[in-house]
Design a protein around this ligand. Structure first.
Ligand code: PA5
Length: 422
């Protein structure tokens, strides 16, 4: 992974950036020494290098059992689903996927969605992975109750026991009580890892392994990122990213658009939005994280980005891989006037669209941070996830907030419970 901030520096100036970088270094110390706010939630920092061979094998063994089924439903919301969804979507084929079918549930309260899911599962052999750190979140709890009840109608007790895995706290919460009582296989979410930083625990690893991906490679990428992100030098990508986005924020760029040129990265953006939005959006501060997928959204939001309110900056993820790109054929009639592209592959066109857009947006006064990946595979995605997590910790401390709590998430729940008569 490479990060290029040249086209953001044009807007901030080298001097201000250098100052911001020094501050990022200081805040990295705060993070690493565990002396900052929320320091009881720093378990994620060492996750890639602390998981043992046995931990990974235990996850792979459980995954194997689930891989024989027609469908596996991953039940969870927020940090208990976005990491898995992001990795699975980025690594899966767009159309043809291996069995089992991976379905997410409990990440919304739509009655229609869950009714259609129950119908969809009617003749399928399915299993459930239910994930909740608190073990009390309403959305996944309702989805689990519904699907568990469907299971009880169709499968015997022993089959059900083999087809449910709970991922939750070691001791607390309703899901822990239920898992112990019913004898479900379980994995523990460490106390010191918050939901949005939990993708490299069983929360993300088990669903990713069930989907057939190599979690060793994912962790290897994250582990290399861990080494690099801890280096105290000016090339540290996490410090660069934290430093530049904070100085842009101070200069009035309050919205960060994560841009991709490959639809498979859409859910990486969703995961990133939760990571940064929940970590930094507090005390009336914080960059608003948003996302677009190009070139699709150039035909919708492109107008706004080019000429709307000037408070945006972009972080583009571009993948330099044309291995599977179809070559544009020549056509004798050339009625569509595309013969000038004949013999070029589609990623060549995608890259030119990216280069042209980048320049247009810079001309339109949108600063740009560029992240380039060589390919989308387990290794590079593992690297990317850790890089964003580490930069988020540093960036939150630079902003002066506790990046590891989420007090605002409780407010809607209080109102909802009151209205529900809880
Ligand atoms: O990052 C967070 O802490 C939240 O988004 C949680 O992950 C989300 O609310 C789900 O919580 P739980 O895993 O306790 O069900």
């Amino acid at each position: 992974m490479k990060i290029d901030i040249t086209n953001a520096l044009k807007f901030t100036g080298e001097k201000a950036y250098a100052k911001s970088f020094d501050y990022a270094l200081m805040q990295m110390e705060t993070l690493n020494s565990g002396s900052g706010a929320g320091n009881e939630f720093l378990g994620w920092i060492n996750l890639p290098q602390s998981l043992t061979e046995e931990d990974i094998e235990e996850i792979n063994t459980s995954a194997e059992i689930f891989r024989k089924l027609d469908a596996v439903i991953i039940i969870g919301i927020g940090g208990s689903y976005l990491g898995a969804k992001a990795v699975i979507e980025s690594l899966s084929g767009s159309f043809d996927r291996d069995t089992p079918e991976i379905i997410f549930a409990g990440h919304n309260l739509s009655g229609e969605y869950h009714a259609e899911l129950i119908e969809h599962l009617k003749n399928k052999e399915f299993g459930l992975v239910v994930i909740s750190k608190s073990g009390t979140t309403t959305e996944p709890a309702i989805a689990f109750r519904l699907l568990y009840s469907e299971m009880k109608k169709r499968f015997d007790k022993e089959t059900i026991r083999q087809r449910i895995v709970a991922i939750t706290d070691a001791e607390k919460g309703a899901l822990r009580t239920l898992a112990d009582k019913e004898g479900f296989k379980d994995f523990i979410i460490p106390d010191n890892v918050g939901g949005r930083f939990s993708v490299l625990t069983p929360v993300g690893l088990l669903p990713i392994a069930i989907a057939g991906f190599d979690i060793y490679e994912l962790l290897r990428g994250a582990s290399i990122a861990q080494d690099i992100c801890l280096e105290k030098n000016s090339e540290n990508p996490a410090l660069k990213y934290a430093a530049i986005r904070n100085i842009l924020y101070v200069a009035g760029y309050k919205t960060e658009l994560m841009v991709n040129y490959n639809l498979k990265l859409n859910y990486i953006a969703e995961w990133w939005k939760q990571l940064y939005g929940e970590s930094e959006g507090k005390e009336n501060k914080g960059i608003f994280p948003a996302s677009v997928s190009f070139t699709t959204d150039l035909h919708s939001l492109g107008q706004y980005i080019q000429q709307g309110e000037r408070n945006l900056f972009e972080t583009v993820i571009f993948v330099n891989d044309n291995t599977n790109a179809p070559v544009i054929p020549s056509d004798d009639d050339d009625l569509d006037k595309l013969n000038y592209l004949a013999g070029k592959d589609m990623e060549f066109v995608n890259r030119k669209a990216f280069e042209g857009t980048l320049q247009a947006h810079i001309d339109g006064k949108v600063p740009n941070i560029l992240i380039e990946l060589d390919s989308i595979d387990e290794y590079s995605i593992g690297f990317l996830l850790y890089f964003f997590e580490f930069a988020c910790g540093v960036s939150g401390y630079m902003l002066g907030v506790n990046p590891f709590d989420q007090p605002g998430v409780e407010d809607y729940k209080r109102n909802m419970f009151k209205l529900l008569g809880k």
